[in-house]
Write a protein that binds this ligand. Structure first.
Ligand code: FES
Ligand code: FES
Length: 159
């Protein structure tokens, strides 16, 4: 065991863990952040996705010792009691079905919009490719992403 320092959603934490422990386990078990889920545990389904310094990563295959910079989880998206535009769009488009994969869908979409605020449909499809959904919500997820882009642009123009 050793003390590992992590910066998550704007707060610094120190955890006493085996450095090879997957980041996902530390987030869920030590920091009580249950947005990221356990699915395949093999880096293939995306349900454990978090953002590390702007890049969507699979926390199930990321040893906590390899974490650098700021981690953002689903819990870190809402600010000052206001949902992130993606979360709002998810509700308005009723994107989720069982919900299990939706952390991965939203966090992958967030990383996309942070680097490309006006993606084309093809760019959305390409970015979202690795976020798997057994309920087949792909079309509604894509609609929700387009919805968030429209709302964000409209809010920008209104300012
Ligand atoms: S649980 Fe991490 S990619 Fe499937
Ligand atoms: S909403 Fe059920 S797995 Fe995606």
């Amino acid at each position: 065991m050793s003390i590992v320092k992590l910066r998550v959603n704007g707060t610094t934490h120190e955890v006493d863990v085996d450095p090879s422990t997957p980041l996902l386990y530390v987030l869920r078990n030590d920091l009580d952040l249950h947005g990221p889920r356990f699915g395949c545990g093999l880096g293939q389904c995306g349900v454990c996705t978090v953002i590390m310094d702007g890049v969507a990563i699979r926390s199930c295959i990321t040893p906590v010792a390899a974490v650098r910079g700021e981690i953002t989880t689903l819990e870190g998206l809402a600010k000052n009691g206001k949902l992130h535009p993606l979360q709002q769009a998810w509700i308005e488009e009723q994107a989720a079905q069982c919900g299990y994969c939706q952390n991965g869908q939203i966090m992958t979409a967030k990383a996309l919009l942070d680097r490309n605020p006006n993606p084309t449909d093809a760019e959305i499809r390409e970015a979202m490719e690795g976020a798997l959904c057994r309920c087949m919500t792909y079309y509604r997820v894509q609609s929700a992403i387009r919805h968030a882009v429209r709302e964000t642009n409209a809010a920008g123009e209104a300012r």
